[in-house]
Every structure is written in structure tokens, then in C-alpha cells.
Design a protein. Structure first.
Length: 129
């Protein structure tokens, strides 16, 4: 019985290593884009011209803005990709933190231009209603 348990655990560990090899977050639920420039990824030029602009312009109490606190985590396209689940607002940490007050107060009202721009980028529509 002990040998079977060891084999079972060994197979589980090997499976985990093989399945997770090369994945940014192998246990992340949903479709997570790990910076791959393909057709099923958020638009990089849209991020750089619209989303990044909103992150730069957003300034809150004490004169500190999004990039002032989180620049090293969301200041580039590649970094921001790690904080979203493409086409899934509820699974996107960046969206949740900015609009629901997760971990700090609400930063962007859902009807604000900044929230609409971020939503469009995450959902891949690149349209701001």
C-alpha cells in the first residue's frame, strides 16, 4: 500500500510540473494571456494610447495616482497582462481593484471614462460607449 501511495504522489507531481511548465500562472482560472502577441490578446496599441493614459491621469488623495503606487506592477503592457483575465472582468484583478474597492477604496466609478476604457481593453472591444 505504501508503494502505491508513493507512485500516486509521484505521478501527481510529474503531471503538475509538465502541465505547469512555461505557464505564467498554471492554476489561474479562466483564459489568462501571458503576454503572447496573438489574435486572442488585448490590443497593445490601445493599452499604450488609452489605458496607460488613464492610469497616468488618475490622481487621488495625497496626489498619488495608480502608477505612483502600482507602476512596477501595471506600468507596461506586459505587466498589466498579468493583472487581467482577457475577456473576463470579474477575474481581472486590475478591474476589481480600480472599480470595486478591492484592497483600497473605489478609484474609478463604473461610469467614468477611465473605467470604460479599461473595460473595453479587457473585453477586447476597444470601444468606449
Amino acid at each position: 500500500m505504501g508503494a502505491n501511495l508513493v507512485r500516486f504522489l509521484l505521478v501527481g507531481v510529474i503531471t503538475f510540473i509538465v502541465c505547469g511548465c512555461g505557464a505564467d500562472r498554471p492554476l489561474q482560472r479562466g483564459h489568462h494571456v501571458a503576454g503572447a502577441p496573438d489574435a486572442d490578446a488585448p490590443d497593445k496599441p490601445y493599452f499604450e494610447t488609452r489605458v496607460l493614459k488613464m492610469l497616468r491621469l488618475s490622481v487621488f488623495e495625497g496626489g498619488v495616482g495608480c502608477l505612483g503606487c502600482h507602476g512596477e506592477k501595471i506600468g507596461t503592457y506586459e505587466q498589466a497582462l498579468k493583472k487581467i483575465v482577457y475577456k473576463n472582468l470579474e477575474g481581472s484583478d486590475l478591474w476589481q481593484r480600480a472599480t470595486s474597492g478591492s484592497h483600497h477604496g473605489v478609484r474609478w466609478d463604473l461610469n467614468s471614462e477611465a473605467a470604460r476604457v479599461l473595460k473595453a481593453w479587457i473585453l477586447g472591444t476597444n470601444d468606449v460607449d
